[in-house]
Design a protein around this ligand. Structure first.
Ligand code: LLP
Length: 461
């Protein structure tokens, strides 16, 4: 079946329907906002990244492979740095972390947010200065807290009264005075184009503002001579396009700041507004630039500080996806093309939900293009699926691909830098793909491919 009508697509798997509809004319086109900046189609029709032919990358490293455009990632770091010159920018390592990326972001002047002992270990192994590490988590273990203190991390974002107790005991035992922020649940939840400012206090993260726990946590820390309270922290969600959620959050958290000043005469010197800045996965997404974001966030914070007669705290932010997401694409090889008559064409690739769980988990939208050649064939609406034993194993829900898409073609899916390799699994004992960094005509492996031997090595029974 060719050129389906949009109405026919509403899903057997409950997906919302097409979000990325190419026209027949542009099936080979690359929409710039979706691709790492050095990607272009070469004269022979194959994609090139950092001057390298993707067919050569596939031949050398195999598929699937995550290809990271290092200049793209670095330029995003620089844009954030330039837009937030006086602020501390913590790259959220949960989006993707490995030693090479930690070094890149450190060289570009960013700090690092980690949220587990594992991420902390990678950060330290990469030589990240500990004072530039922030440690998050709603259930940090005693041993994780101990490691963070021993390493001398710059800030610990506390998330529960029990954590405050544990940290106090550990700090006392070790004779240190860690800097802490209180994670505040401000009652705002923002995702994509919407935000809701109601009762989203029903979650595991943070101290409730409305219920008074956030103020109580701040007072408790101020009373604890072994802890240094540096500020408040708020993170309202992910893939956010609408800054009004930040506005409400900043207002509320600075209201608490004023309450603390009024009660204790202390103006906390720092304020962290978290991450969550959206990126483009499809042509329908229109993210703000770091510059626009900075302008709005500064205006919000300055306005609110003025209203509350507070000195401006030093701001920090924690972008993850916006730094690494657009810098990476996944290169797959097509294995099977199945035309399920009257419904759609299924294009199966050699990876799937084990290297990108986001489509199955969040109904996320991606786009794709045939990467190894251009094609003059008419477009067909296809669904890109993986090789796993699960009907929900979908990578790209709806995409126009050329009708002659065939086994052996390389298919590239952009926007896979964040929460893909970091959330990868070994479902069906499929080894996790490598990450290859490309820059100025050179490729280097930064995370190697997992092997079946790696998997068997864990199997000690
Ligand atoms: N700061 C805090 C406290 C966070 O919890 C997060 C993300 C970030 C910063 C970074 O957010 P970003 O700028 O990357 O959106 N697995 C989901 C996303 C979960 C995000 C969790 N926290 C996904 O694939 O969309």
């Amino acid at each position: 079946m060719r050129a389906h009508e949009a109405g026919a697509l509403h899903g057997d798997l409950g997906f919302r329907g097409p979000t990325w509809l190419r026209t027949p004319e542009d099936v080979n086109a690359l929409v710039p906002q979706l691709w790492p900046r050095t990607v272009a189609r070469g004269a022979d029709g194959a994609l090139r990244v950092a001057g390298l032919d993707v067919r050569e990358l596939a031949a050398e490293y195999g598929t699937p492979v995550y290809v990271l455009d290092e200049d793209d990632l670095r330029s995003r770091c620089r844009e954030f740095r330039a837009a937030f010159p006086d602020e501390e920018i913590f790259y959220a390592g949960k989006a993707f972390i490995c030693r090479a990326v930690v070094r890149m972001i450190a060289e570009e002047g960013l700090s690092l947010d980690v949220c587990s002992g594992g991420e902390l270990a990678v950060a330290l192994a990469a030589g990240m200065p500990p004072e530039r590490i922030g440690f998050h988590g709603n259930n940090k273990s005693v041993s994780e807290l101990r490691r963070a203190l021993d390493a001398g991390v710059g800030r610990i974002i506390v998330d529960s009264f029990q954590e405050i107790d544990r940290l106090t005991a550990l700090a006392r035992e070790r004779g240190v005075r860690p800097r802490v922020l209180v994670r505040v649940t401000v009652g705002v939840e923002a995702h994509t184009h919407e935000f809701i400012a109601t009762a989203h206090e029903d979650q595991k993260f943070g101290f409730s503002l409305a219920g008074g726990a956030a103020a109580a946590a701040a007072f408790r820390i101020l009373d604890e001579d072994v802890l240094e309270l540096r500020g408040l922290h708020s993170h309202i969600g992910s893939q956010i396009f609408d800054t009004s959620g930040f506005e409400v959050a900043a207002k509320r958290v600075l209201g608490l700041q004023a309450q603390i000043r009024d009660a204790r005469g202390v103006e906390l010197p720092e304020l962290d507004l978290g991450g969550g800045f959206g990126i483009a996965y499809t042509t329908q997404d229109d993210p703000s630039t770091p510059h626009e974001l900075a302008k709005r966030l500064h205006k919000i914070v300055e306005g609110e500080c003025e209203a509350q007669r507070l000195a401006l705290p030093r701001l920090s932010i924690e972008p993850g996806r916006a730094i690494v997401g657009p810098a990476v694409f996944t290169l797959y090889e097509v294995g099977t093309v199945k035309d399920v008559d009257g419904i759609r064409t299924y294009v199966s690739v050699d990876g799937g939900m084990s290297d990108n769980i986001r489509t199955a988990l969040y109904d996320a939208s991606y786009s794709a293009t045939v990467a190894s050649r251009a094609s003059a064939a008419e477009p067909i609406l296809a669904r890109v699926v993986g090789k796993h034993c699960e009907a929900g194993d979908v990578v790209v829900k709806d995409e126009f691909l050329p009708a002659d898409v065939q086994p052996g073609d390389l298919l590239a899916v952009p926007g896979t830098g964040a929460y893909c390799r970091s959330m990868a699994s070994n479902y069906n004992h499929v080894p996790r793909p490598p990450v290859v960094a490309v820059r100025e005509g050179r490729a280097r492996l930064i995370v190697r491919r997992e092997t079946e031997d790696d998997l068997l090595a864990l199997d000690v029974g």
